[in-house]
Structures are given as C-alpha cells and as structure tokens.
Design a protein. Structure first.
Lengths: 632, 101
C-alpha cells in the first residue's frame, strides 16, 4: 500500500489538481456548499495519501525515493521528478493537513459569497502548487511551484477585487515577489552553470566537490534574496501586511501557515549549499533575527485584528530563518510546523471574530467577546499561549530549540540569540494585548453589532488546530528528539547545530520562559483595565508609537525611493518615449510615404486613353529595342 | 499575283494599328471595346498566317484560345458597360475618372 503510493507520489498533487479543474468549469453550477466539500475532500485525500506514504518513514526507513513521472527538460536535468524524503513528507503533511482544516473552515467563512466556487478553485490550485513545490526533486520544478503559489497568492489577495485596496495589495504582493524571484533565478543559473544540471540528486549530493566557497556564498545570497521575497523578510516583507486584504482563510493558509514558509523550506532543502558558506548562513540568520525584532515591534502598535497577526507572522518567520541560518535546520522546520498550527489557528480565530462581529476588524471596537464566543475565545487563548512560548505548548519547544541552537553556536550568534530573546518578550506582549483587547474587558462594539459564535464547520477546525497547538511540540523535545531523528536523513552530510546540554539548556529555557511571562504580565497590567484602548505606551512615547503604528513608514520610504521614480520612469516611457519616439518613428514612415505618393499621384489621371497610350508607347519602345539589339 | 504570308501580316498590322489608334482616340466605351476586338483579331490573323506558313497547327490552336478568352471578355466587359450606362446614362470613359490621383 505504502509502496504503491510512494511509487505514484504524483497522486498527491493530482488530487487537488483534479479539484481545481472540476471546480473551474463546474464550480458555479455545483455551488454552495458542495464546491467547498469537493475541494476539501481533494486536499484531504492528499493528506491521507501523504500519511500512507509516510508510514515507512515513521517506521524508521531512511531511504529517500525519487519518482520519475515523465521527461520534461532533460537537457537541464529538469525532469518531472518528485522526491519523497522525510523533509518533503513533513511539508506535505503540514500543507495538506492544515490545508484541509482551512478548506473546511472556509466553507463556513465564505458562506454567501457570490464567487464561492471560484474561491475553492483557487484554494485547490494553491494546494496543487504548494505540493509541487515541496515534492520537487529539482530546482526547475521547485521554481514552477514557487511561481504558481505566488500566482495563487495574487489571485486570492485580490479575490475581492472590486475593493481598490485589495486589487492594489494583490499587485504589490506579486511585484515584490518578482524582485525576490529575480535573485532566486540568478542563483539557479549559477547552480546550473556549475553543475550542468538542476537535479537535487546531483546538486545537493556533495556540492562542495564542484562549488567553490565563493560561488557557494553567491548562490546562498541569491537564494536568500528569493527567500526574503517569498517568506516576507527584510527588506521585502512589505507585501505581507497588505496581503490581509484577502479573505481570512487565505491569510491563514497562504500568508501564515504554508506559502510564506516556502523560503524556509528552500533554505532547509539546500542546506548542503549553505553548509559550504558561513557568510551566507550568517546572513540568513541575521536577516531573520532583525526581521523578527522589527516586525514584532510593529505588531505592538497595530489596531487591525489581522495586521497584528500579519506582523507576528513576519516575526515568527524571522525565527525560522534564525534556525536554518544557524544550521539548526531541524529546529527551523520544527518551528515551521508548530507555527503552521498556532498561526493558522490564530488567523482562523480572527476570521471567526470578524465573522461574528459583522466584518469589524478594529480591535479597539471589540472587547468582551469571551462570553459571546466561547469556543473561539478558548482556542485563541491556547494559540496566544502557544505563540508566546509558554511550556508545554507547541511554540515553546520549537522557539526554544532555535534560540538554544543559536546560543550554542557562540560568537555572533549570541547576539542573534539576544535579539530573539527580546523578540520573544515582545511577542508575548503583543499577543496578550491582542487577546485582551479582543476578548476581555467591557464591550466597545459599534451599535447594531451582535456578536455570535461561528457555525460548527468553522469551530471544529479551530478545535483540531488548538489540540495540535497544545501537543504539537511534543514531537521534538530535548528529552525525546523524535522529529530530529525523523528528519535527519534529509540533512545527511550536513552538520546540524544543537542546543547546549545539561544545566545550560535548563537555564536558557528558564530565561526565555521568564521573558515571555514578563511580556504577558506587562501587557496584562497595561490592557486589562477599564479603558484599555488609551494605549499607555502611546502617551509615554508618542513619536515612537506613531512610527510603530505606521510600520516605521517603510511603505512611504519605498514609495518615495522606488515607486515614485518607477512611476516617473513609466510616465516618461508612456508619454514621452512611446508617444514621441516610438509613435514618431511609425508616424514618420507614414508621413514619408504620404509625401511620396502625393508627388506621384498626378500620374493617375483617371482617363483610360492616357493609360492606353503609355501602354502602347511601352510596346512600341520594346519592339524598337528588340529590333535595335537584333532580336532575342 | 499570289497572296503570300506577307500580305496577311501587312493586313494584320493595318488592322492592329486601326484598333490601337481607335482605342486611344475614342471615348465611347463600346467603340473602344470594338477596337480591342479588332486588335485581338489582327493578332489571330498573324497566328493563322504564321501557322500556315510554317506548317504548324499550333498557330491555329492558339486562335481558339484567343477566341474563347475574347468571348469571355465580351461577356464581362459588356456587362460592365451596360451597368455603368444604367447608372450614369453615359458610356463615355472620360466621365469615369474616379481613380484620378
């Protein structure tokens, strides 16, 4: 059974692809809610197949399977080949598992939307693309999936395209990702020119024999550029907060749990290359740490229920980068997994709140929802605790493993550990603020808002994710490194960083729990008061608060430095270069032809006898010429 | 006096000349048309004369082709002239100079 599925691992991709095609043509006719159930069962089927195929891996079989589907571009070493190893298996299970829950949730959330069927078409297309990305056995297939998930992201962010802000956000996401892809593509070209193939089997198997240290650094940096675009890291993170314009299930699935982790996955996948280049690894970890701190500080001052979570996602992705950059690949992927659970949960809970509040997204107008939305509130409490890093919830184990491994590397990584620790405190702070403002205190609702709990189809996925957020961390504790043992074959030949052992481990864990508790405590005392929206920090440091609330005006800086000159250049191209030079050339040809024909047109008198005369004269001339030259 | 091929050629030359000059100087489309027929038949005459002189049937054969083409041309040409006359009440080609540049 498992053998059959592994040999036909493309079935995992095929199922949502069939769902996409079916819903594309029949989605409108199938309608609500069956279109949603079809899409959910397609991705759910992928999850079941993934579980079956992963059985031998769970049982400890280390062998990686390469499945050749068909020849695609043999000259590039880019055949349609899929790789089934522990890393891709884990990613498939996370993507399809969390994906299934979110698909089901979306059936309730998208209730009443006139493009219900189309929404699930896109969701299934996304699942297809993401599964292609994680199952690829060469960089070309990876890139195909990479671009397709970007396309789905664009389609889903601007799903409600009649809102100008949604349309703009979709374009922004697409364009910013293009910048990242530019670096990524150049990296792939260097890989191809060095190895003569794009296949993982060659490139990632002992790359040091062909790739020099300098080239490895170049490739590492260029792949990092791609990863910063897709995984929303500094300086290309700007698209993710705006991506919250999309429907909330999209934010949960694409912009929190799965797609944005593609960059982390890619760095983990190419660990053999990063192992060759210390500078590239340090760059990955440093960008991650800076992003984590930067985004966490912005998240503190946000008032949109989803924007807090968006910046939180950027911050948590930063942790994952610290992990994979410190060569703690297992820790990075571990955090990827636990983050998928609790962040998907947070977003779905936020969606449940938005749904119950009648499309209200401003947390200053919430409060007091605890008694109105029991299930949502309880699951959100679990998620908040999990992301804050309180044991024994999932976030604690994964975040601590990253921080511990970074500390264990010593040197510059100690600085990154310190940044991560501060970020952990900020995370606990802003998540507690978020939770208190939304669920506790007195109601601050607008008039006419009657909060109500969401239907079962939405709360059941919440409960499942909540359970996963509680127990998800136990797959890899310092006492029993289950996940590490599972993933180790995927990082064969790469020296993995580990947490320190013994008393130091306990000390580090104690410190980070303490920091998290301080964050929670401070936020609790600040916001669990009668007038929580007064923002005590804003009164103390109004300038700083304003900057944080506006994301340090990075969008404006980019707008002035990049977008405005770009628009000027476009305007020049459109109204000067195109109008004057391109059109001028074309019109010039026309004018010249017209002048010449004006000069020649009097020849056409319109009198038949003139034409006949010319004809006759021609013949006479021709005859004379023949006679003159003595015949033929 | 025997009638040699030269006489036929001379006659054909004269007929062709009358036809071509008529084509150049007359304005009535119908008359111009007749001039063209005259020129065609002058050519036919040279074909037959040359074919007989050279003992080659190809010349006479060619005449049939010319006759057939001329007949077809008459059908189309006369139809055009009649159509023009119906709308314009004239058959003078000088009145028809819309293609003047």
């Amino acid at each position: 059974m498992a053998d059959f599925v592994i040999r036909n691992i493309w079935l995992i991709i095929l199922l949502p692809a069939v769902g996409t095609v079916l819903l594309h043509f029949l989605g409108r006719r199938i309608g609500e809610p069956w279109a949603g159930w079809i899409a959910s069962s397609a991705i759910g089927g992928s999850f079941v197949l993934g579980l079956i195929a992963a059985m031998p891996l769970f049982a400890g079989e280390a062998e990686a399977h390469v499945v050749h589907v068909f020849d695609w571009i043999p000259a590039l070493g880019a055949n349609a080949e899929l790789l089934w190893d522990p890393l891709s298996a884990l990613m498939v299970l996370v993507v399809s598992g969390v994906g299934t829950l979110i698909h089901i949730y979306a059936i309730g959330y998208m209730h009443g939307d006139e493009r219900f069927g189309r929404f699930f078409t896109y969701l299934n297309l996304f699942a297809t693309s993401m599964l292609t990305l994680v199952l690829a056995n060469n960089f070309a297939i990876l890139f195909v999936g990479w671009e397709l998930v970007g396309l789905c992201s664009y389609l889903l962010i601007s799903f409600w395209f009649v809102r100008p802000s949604a349309a703009a956000a979709g374009k922004k996401a697409f364009i910013v990702n293009r910048i990242g892809d530019f670096g990524f593509l150049i990296g792939l070209m260097i890989i191809f020119s060095t190895f003569g193939t794009l296949s993982y089997s060659t490139v990632l198997h002992d790359p040091g024999s062909l790739l020099g240290a300098g080239a490895a650094t170049a490739v590492g940096f260029l792949l990092l550029v791609g990863a910063t675009g897709k995984s929303a890291q500094l300086p290309l993170y700007v698209w993710l907060p705006d991506a919250m314009e999309g429907p909330t299930p999209v934010s949960a699935l694409i912009h929190a749990a799965t797609m944005v982790t593609a960059g982390v996955f890619m760095v983990a996948r190419t660990s053999a290359i990063y192992a060759l280049s210390e500078p590239a690894s340090i760059a990955v970890a440093t960008i991650g740490a800076l992003t984590a701190l930067f985004a966490a500080s912005i998240a503190i001052a946000q008032t949109d229920i989803k924007r807090v979570l968006a910046y939180s996602t950027i911050s948590q992705l930063g942790y994952m980068f610290v992990g994979v950059g410190s060569a703690a690949y297992v820790a990075g992927v571990f955090h990827l997994m636990t983050h998928a659970f609790f962040k998907a949960l947070l977003f779905l809970g936020a969606g449940s709140v938005i749904h119950g509040m009648g499309d209200e997204q401003d947390i200053t107008k919430m409060g007091g929802l605890w008694s109105k939305m029991k299930v949502t509130a309880w699951t959100m409490l679990i998620a908040t605790v999990a992301i804050s890093g309180i044991p024994p919830f999932a976030g604690f184990f994964s975040k601590d493993e990253i921080l511990g491994s970074a500390f264990g590397r010593g040197g510059w990584y100690i600085v990154l550990w310190a940044i991560g620790l501060i970020t952990a405190g900020l995370t606990a702070f802003y998540m507690t603020r978020w939770f208190v403002l939304v669920f506790l205190g007195k109601p601050r609702w607008d008039e006419g808002v009657h909060p109500h709990e969401s239907p079962k189809v939405m709360t059941v996925p919440l409960l499942v994710l909540a359970i996963l957020s509680v127990i998800g961390g136990f797959v890899n504790t310092p006492f029993k490194k289950g996940l590490e043992h599972f993933l180790e074959p995927a990082f064969e030949g790469v020296k993995l960083a580990h947490e320190p052992e013994g008393a130091l481990l306990w000390l580090l864990a104690g410190v980070s729990v303490l920091v998290a508790l301080i964050g929670i405590f401070v936020a609790w005392t600040m916001y669990n008061r009668p007038e929580p929206t007064a923002e005590p920090l804003a009164a103390k440091a109004p300038n700083l608060w304003r900057r944080m609330a506006n994301g340090y005006y990075v969008d404006d800086v980019y707008g002035t430095l990049i977008v405005a000159p770009g628009k000027l250049l476009s305007a020049w191209s459109a109204f000067v270069f195109d109008k004057k030079i391109i059109d001028g050339f074309v019109n010039g040809v026309g004018i010249v032809v017209r002048r010449i024909s004006a000069a020649l047109s009097p020849l056409q008198t319109g009198y038949v006898r003139n034409y006949a005369l010319v004809l006759a004269a021609g013949i006479v001339g021709f005859v004379i010429w023949i006679i003159g030259t003595g015949g033929f | 006096m025997t009638v040699t091929a030269g006489w036929y050629f001379t006659l054909a030359f004269v007929l062709f000349g009358i036809g071509s000059i008529g084509l150049l100087i007359r304005r009535n489309a119908l008359v111009m048309f007749m001039c063209i027929e005259l020129m065609l038949n002058a050519v036919n005459l040279t074909f037959i004369a040359a074919g007989r002189e050279l003992h080659d049937l190809t010349g006479q054969l060619s005449v049939f082709f010319v006759l057939v083409v001329a007949a077809a041309e008459v059908v189309v040409g006369l139809a055009i002239i009649v159509a023009v006359f119906r709308t314009r009440r004239t058959a003078s080609v000088d009145e028809l100079h819309e293609l003047k540049g």
